[in-house]
Design a protein. Sequence first.
Length: 109
Amino acid sequence: MTFTVRAETPPLREDAAGALRVGDSRVLLELVIRAFQDGATPETIVLRYPTLVLSDVYAVIAYYLRHRGEVEAYLEKRDQEAEEVQQQIESEQPDLSEIRDRLLAQRQA
């Protein structure tokens, strides 16, 4: 019996927005990696995100450990994009504190 070793690509796919998803799930790469960095085991991560497949989580973590610099750069880019979106939302959203104060005043009256 012969054993053939094959290189496998990590179970990651890019969605239309440019985010990396794990396997066939909608779970983001950053959620899996952040959970792992926080000390979660692959089994715990699958419990947290039941649409994940355990072997995919192990493969993604292995890829992260082998390509830490690239993955960290991707995570940093995603964090920056999220911060930009948050700032945009906050800049376009009106100040609601005045409405809140008025409603509280009416409640007390």
